[in-house]
Design a protein around this ligand. Structure first.
Ligand code: IPT
Length: 953
C-alpha cells in the first residue's frame, strides 16, 4: 500500500477506469467463503452481476439500514458481529495496447467499510477508512490481458466504530476504482501553496513536489522550479469571485494540470478572515446522497447540486461528515464555495454510554485516527476552496483528536482547524456549536458566553471566531427562525454564520405494490433498530426538488438587502451590500409597481456599485400615473445578475425587497341587507347561504354544497412540532395530543336567526378537559355574498400554544384551481415567510401541496387578502379575509394527513378541504434545535376575524 498523496483529476499519464459490471456474491458472514475466489481461474459463472461503483444493498442484495447515533451492532469495540454481510467482487480486465510497462497504482476512492484486495491471485492487502482513498503499487503484477481483480468487502469492521455518522449504512465499493500508470519520474506527491497578500495585492506561489520539476502559469508569466517561490500581482480566489489560474506541473515523467487559486485564510483579531476580510458563511451541510445509488453520486448530480446552491445564495459547504468525492471539491474551486473539509470520523454511539471506551480517547486507536487525518489532508490539500479542516463530527473529546490536530497543524499550517465536539476548543481555531438557540448565539456574539472552568482555555475560546457548524434543522416543514439567526450574524462580527442541517433528504426511492414512487426512510426495510425519518432533514427533497426551506434560506441570506420603510421616505429604498468581497457592479436593479398584484409599471433602477458593507438610499421613480386609486399598491425592487456567470444566466434573481406604496384599504364593512328566514326543511336561509337550523352549519352557498366552515385548531404535526425525543419539554405535538386538540368536540349552544344576522354560538373542547374555546359565528349577507365574523374566546388557563386558529370547510373537488392575492408563490408560516412575496398567484390545488417525505402540515400561503377556487369553466368560490389570512386547500383531511407515513398514503377524496387560518403557530426547528421563538408562538387569546364568501359564475 502506498502512502497517501494529493489527488488530481487528470494528467498525461495513462489511467484506466475499472468501472462497470463486475461479478458479485454476497455471504451473510465474514468467514463463510474461503479465499479461493481470489484465484484467477476461479469459476464465477454462478455469481450475480453488480455495477461498480455502487452499494449492493440498493441493488437487490440485502437491505439498507438507518441509525442516527446507535451502532447497528453490539458495542464491543473493536469487534463486530458474526453476521457481517460480505460482498465478494471479481473483475477481469485487459490493459490498453499502449499501456506500457512499469509502475502502476491501483486506486480505490472509497469502499465501505473494509476491503481485502487481490490482483491476479496475489493478495495486495486490506484497508479501512470508507470515504478515503487507498492505493496499491501493482505494476509488477499487471499483464496485458486478463487481469483478475478480486475484492472482498465486509460491511462491518473495526472501522465501523469510527464511522457512526447519522446516515444509511451502505456497504460496497461506492467510489472510483482505477488503474494509474506511474511512469518513471512521475509525480509522487505535490503541494501547491498559493497565498494572497491583500495589502500588496500580490500572490505567492510555491509548489512542493517529489520528484522535483517545473511549474508554469502562463497567464502570470511564471516559470519556476518546484520548491522555489514567486510573488506577483494576482487576482485572488474567493467564493464570490473564484478566480483560478491554469498552470502546469512538469516532472521528468508526468505533466499535471494545476488550477491555482490564491487566497490566505487566517484567524486574526478574533475573526476568521480570508484575504484580510471577515467572511460570512451562508452554508449547508452536505452528505453524499442519491435516492437510487446511495453515496455514489455522479459528477452531473454534483454539479447540479452546486449550481442549485449557488443560485440559492449558498456560499459554503461543510462536507458532513467525511471528505467527499474529490470531483466535488474541484467543482467548489471552480464555482466558488468555502469548504469545511471534514474527516471521516464519528463515534457518536459512545455517547449512549457516557463516552466510556470512546476510541478517540484510547491510544490503541490513535494510528487509525492519524491515518484518517493524513488521508484527508494529503488528498485535498491543493484545493483553494478548502478553508478549514474539520477533525470529524460528534466524537466527544480525547487525545486522539489532539494527535490529529497536531499532525494537521504541522503538515498544513495554512488552514485553521474546526471540530465542534470539544467545547474547550483546545485543539481548534474556531468556536463551533450545533443547534445553539438564538439567545446563546447572541451571548457568544457579545463574547459573553458561559465561561469554561479553565480560565486560560476560556480566555482563548472567548477570542475565537464563532460558527454554527449545524443549525436550522431542515427536517420536514421548516426550518423556522432563520431570519433571526441571520440578524445575529449581521450584528455580531464574531458570529460568522453557519451551515444549515442539511442539504438533502436521504429518502430512498421505492415503489408501492401499485407502482407508485415514494421515498423510504428508517424502519421501511425492517431494521430492528432505527431512527425513522430523522434521515430526511434536507433543504431539497430526495429527488433534489427544492423544498420551501431552500427558498426561505435564499431570501434570508441574500447578499444584498433591499428595504423600504426604513425612515428614508416613502419613495425610496435602502440598498445594502452584504457581500464580503464583491461590489454591486455585477447586478442590475429593476423596479415594478403593482396594484392588487397587477403590474402598472416597471423599469430599471440606477444603483451605485456599492462596496461591501456600504449602503445607499435610492429614490424610486414617481408612482405610475393613474394607478393611485385602485387598492393596495406595492413596489418590488429586484437585484438580478447583469451577466452570465458560471452558475447562473444573466437575469437570475439574487435578492428582492417589497415596500408598500398604498396600504390595503380597510375593507369597508359590507352593508348587509339580507335577513335570515326559515327555508323548506330544517334550514335557515341567509342571502346565498343555506344553514342547518339545528347545527348552524353552512350547507349550501348559492345552491352549491359546502361543508362548514367551522373552527379548527389542529394541524398535522410537523417534524418540528413533534420535536426530537431528547428535546426538552414541552414538545408541542405531545402537548397538543395530551390536551386532545386532534379530537375537539363542537357543542352548539344556540342558533339564533336575528335581525340582519344569523348568530351561532358553540363551545369547542376536547374530552376529559375543562379547557374550551367559545366560538361565535356571526353571519351576515347580501344577495351575492355571505360574511362570517368569528369571535373566539378561550376558557381556562391554556398551557400551550395552539397549532392553528381558523376555520376548515369542504367544497367540491371540482374546484381544482386556486388563485390568490397575498404571500406566495410557495408556502409560508409565521417564522418561514420571508420568501413569500405579496402578489397575485395561481396554480392547481395539487401544486399547493409540499410533498414532505413524511406527510405533515404544509402548503399554507401567508398574508392572503383574497383567494379563489375555480372549476375548469371559471365558476367557483371567492373568499376575502379581513384581516389577511393563511390559506390552504387539499384533497384530504388533516386527520388523513396526520395518519399518513409516506406520500403514497395520501389519497385524493371527492372533496377539497380548505383552511382559512387567522393564525398559525410558528415552525421553529425543534426536530433537533430550538423551538418557536416567542414572537411566533400562537398563544391562546381572544381573537376576531372575518371572511366574505361569494360565488364566481
Ligand atoms: C447532529 C449530527 O452532527 C448530524 O450528523 C445529524 O445527526 C444532526 O445532528 C441531526 O440531524 S447531532 C445531534 C444529536 C445534535
Amino acid at each position: 500500500m502506498l502512502p497517501p498523496r494529493a489527488w488530481y483529476a487528470a494528467s498525461d499519464a495513462a489511467r484506466l477506469s475499472l468501472h462497470g459490471t463486475w461479478r458479485f456474491r454476497l455471504a451473510p458472514t465474514a468467514g463463510a467463503e474461503g479465499d479461493a475466489f481470489a484465484r484467477p481461474d476461479f469459476d464465477d459463472a454462478t455469481w450475480q452481476e453488480l455495477r461498480v461503483p455502487g452499494t449492493w444493498v440498493l441493488k437487490g442484495f440485502g437491505t439498507p439500514w438507518y441509525t442516527n447515533t446507535a451502532y447497528p451492532f453490539p458495542v464491543d469495540p473493536p469487534r463486530v458481529p458474526d453476521e457481517n454481510p460480505t460482498g465478494d467482487h471479481r473483475h477481469v480486465f485487459d490493459l490498453p495496447d499502449d499501456w506500457g510497462e512499469g509502475p502502476a497504482v491501483l486506486h480505490f476512492g472509497g469502499v465501505e467499510s473494509c476491503a481485502r484486495v487481490w490482483l491476479n491471485g496475489q493478495e495486495l492487502g486490506h484497508f479501512k477508512g470508507s470515504r478515503l482513498p487507498h492505493e496499491f503499487e501493482v505494476g509488477t503484477l499487471l499483464r496485458p490481458r486478463r487481469n483478475v481483480l478480486a475484492v472482498r468487502v465486509h460491511q462491518w469492521s473495526s472501522g465501523s466504530y469510527l464511522e457512526d455518522q447519522d446516515q444509511w449504512w451502505l456497504p460496497g465499493i461506492f467510489r472510483n476504482v482505477s488503474l494509474h500508470r506511474r511512469p518513471e519520474g512521475s509525480v509522487a506527491d505535490h503541494f501547491v501553496h498559493a497565498g494572497f497578500d491583500h495589502l500588496t495585492g500580490e500572490g505567492t506561489l510555491r509548489v512542493e513536489c517529489s520528484p522535483a520539476g517545473r511549474v508554469t502559469v502562463p497567464e502570470l508569466g511564471l516559470d519556476l522550479a518546484t520548491g522555489e517561490s514567486a510573488t506577483v500581482p494576482v487576482r485572488p480566489w474567493t467564493a464570490e469571485q473564484p478566480y483560478l489560474y491554469d498552470g502546469q506541473l512538469v516532472t521528468a515523467g508526468e505533466t499535471v494540470p494545476l488550477r491555482i487559486g490564491f487566497r490566505t485564510v487566517r484567524v486574526e483579531d478574533g475573526l476568521l478572515k480570508v484575504n484580510g476580510r471577515r467572511i460570512l458563511l451562508r452554508g449547508v451541510n452536505r452528505h453524499e446522497f442519491h435516492p437510487q445509488s446511495g453515496r455514489t453520486v455522479d459528477p452531473d448530480t454534483m454539479r447540479r447540486d452546486l449550481l442549485l446552491m449557488k443560485r440559492r445564495n449558498v456560499n459554503a459547504v461543510r462536507t458532513s461528515h467525511y471528505p467527499p468525492h474529490p470531483a466535488f471539491l474541484d467543482l467548489c474551486d471552480e464555482l466558488g464555495l468555502w469548504v469545511v473539509d471534514e474527516c471521516d470520523l464519528e463515534t457518536h454511539g459512545f455517547a449512549q454510554q457516557g463516552w466510556r471506551d470512546n476510541p478517540v480517547d484510547d491510544a490503541r486507536w490513535e494510528p487509525a485516527l492519524l491515518d484518517r487525518a493524513r488521508r484527508m489532508v494529503e488528498r485535498d490539500k491543493n484545493h483553494p476552496g478548502v478553508v478549514l479542516w474539520s477533525l470529524g463530527n460528534e466524537c466527544g473529546t480525547g487525545r486522539g483528536l489532539s494527535a490529529m490536530a497536531s499532525w494537521i497543524r504541522d503538515r498544513d499550517p495554512s488552514r485553521p482547524l474546526h471540530y465542534e465536539g470539544d467545547r474547550s476548543c483546545a485543539d481548534t481555531d474556531v468556536y463551533s456549536r450545533m443547534y445553539a438557540d438564538h439567545a446563546e448565539v447572541e451571548r457568544i456574539g457579545r463574547r459573553a458566553e458561559e465561561p469554561l472552568a479553565d480560565p486560560e482555555l476560556d480566555a482563548r475560546r472567548r477570542g475565537l471566531p464563532f460558527v454554527l457548524c449545524e443549525y436550522a434543522h431542515a427536517m420536514g416543514n421548516g426550518p423556522g427562525g432563520l431570519g433571526e439567526y441571520q440578524r445575529l450574524f449581521e450584528t455580531y462580527e464574531r458570529c460568522q454564520g453557519g451551515f444549515v442541517w442539511e442539504w438533502i433528504d436521504h429518502g430512498i426511492r421505492r415503489r408501492t405494490a401499485e407502482g407508485e414512487v415514494f421515498h423510504a426512510y428508517g424502519g421501511d426495510f425492517g431494521e430492528e433498530l432505527h431512527d425513522g425519518n430523522f434521515v430526511c432533514d434536507g433543504l431539497v427533497f430526495p429527488d433534489r426538488v427544492p423544498s420551501p426551506g431552500l427558498g426561505e434560506f435564499k431570501k434570508v441570506v441574500e447578499p444584498v438587502r433591499i428595504e423600504g420603510g426604513t425612515g428614508d421616505g416613502p419613495g425610496a429604498v435602502r440598498i445594502t451590500n452584504l457581500y464580503d468581497f464583491a461590489d454591486l457592479g455585477h447586478l442590475d436593479f429593476r423596479w415594478r409597481y403593482e396594484v392588487e398584484g397587477e403590474v402598472r409599471g416597471h423599469g430599471r433602477l440606477a444603483v451605485p456599485a456599492l462596496a461591501p458593507g456600504e449602503a445607499a438610499v435610492v429614490k424610486l421613480p414617481p408612482a405610475p400615473a393613474g394607478a393611485v386609486r385602485a387598492g393596495e399598491a406595492i413596489w418590488t425592487v429586484r437585484a438580478l445578475l447583469a451577466e452570465d456567470t458560471a452558475w447562473a444566466p444573466a437575469g437570475h434573481e439574487i435578492a428582492w425587497g417589497q415596500l408598500t406604496a398604498v396600504p390595503r384599504p380597510a375593507p369597508a364593512p359590507p352593508v348587509a341587507t339580507a335577513t335570515p328566514r326559515r327555508g323548506e326543511g330544517n334550514v335557515v336561509v341567509l342571502g346565498p347561504g343555506t344553514f342547518d337550523a339545528t347545527t348552524g352549519a353552512l350547507g349550501y352557498l348559492d345552491g352549491v354544497q359546502v361543508g362548514g366552515p367551522r373552527l379548527d385548531v389542529w394541524r398535522a404535526p410537523t417534524d418540528n412540532d413533534e420535536a426530537a425525543p431528547w428535546q426538552p419539554e414541552p414538545r408541542p405535538a405531545t402537548e397538543w395530543r395530551r390536551l386532545g386538540l386532534h379530537r375537539m368536540r363542537h357543542r352548539v349552544e344556540s342558533v339564533e336567526p336575528g335581525p340582519g344576522a344569523l348568530v351561532v354560538r358553540t363551545r369547542v373542547a376536547p374530552a376529559g378537559s375543562p379547557l374550551a374555546l367559545h366560538a361565535v359565528y356571526r353571519w351576515t349577507a347580501r344577495r351575492d355574498w355571505l360574511r362570517l365574523e368569528l369571535g373566539v374566546d378561550p376558557e381556562g388557563a391554556w398551557p400551550v400554544p395552539l397549532p392553528r386558529l381558523g376555520v376548515r370547510m369542504s367544497v367540491s373537488g371540482s374546484l381544482g384551481f386556486a388563485e390568490w392575492y397575498g404571500g406566495g408563490p410557495g408556502e409560508g408560516y409565521p417564522d418561514t415567510r420571508a420568501a413569500a412575496r405579496i402578489g397575485r398567484w395561481s396554480m392547481p390545488v395539487d401544486a399547493l401541496q409540499t410533498p414532505y417525505v413524511r406527510p405533515q402540515e404544509n402548503g399554507a400561503r401567508p398574508g392572503v387578502r383574497w383567494a379563489q377556487l375555480t372549476r375548469t369553466d371559471g365558476s367557483g368560490l371567492r373568499i376575502e379575509g379581513d384581516p389577511d389570512f393563511f390559506f390552504s386547500a387539499r384533497r384530504w383531511t388533516d386527520e388523513e394527513l396526520t395518519a399518513a407515513a409516506h406520500t403514497t398514503d395520501l389519497r385524493a377524496g371527492e372533496e377539497l378541504w380548505l383552511h382559512l387560518d387567522h393564525a398559525q403557530h410558528g415552525i421553529g426547528s425543534q426536530s433537533c434545535g430550538p423551538g418557536v421563538l416567542p414572537q411566533h408562538r400562537l398563544e391562546v387569546a381572544p381573537a376576531r376575524f372575518s371572511f366574505v364568501f361569494s360565488s364566481l359564475r
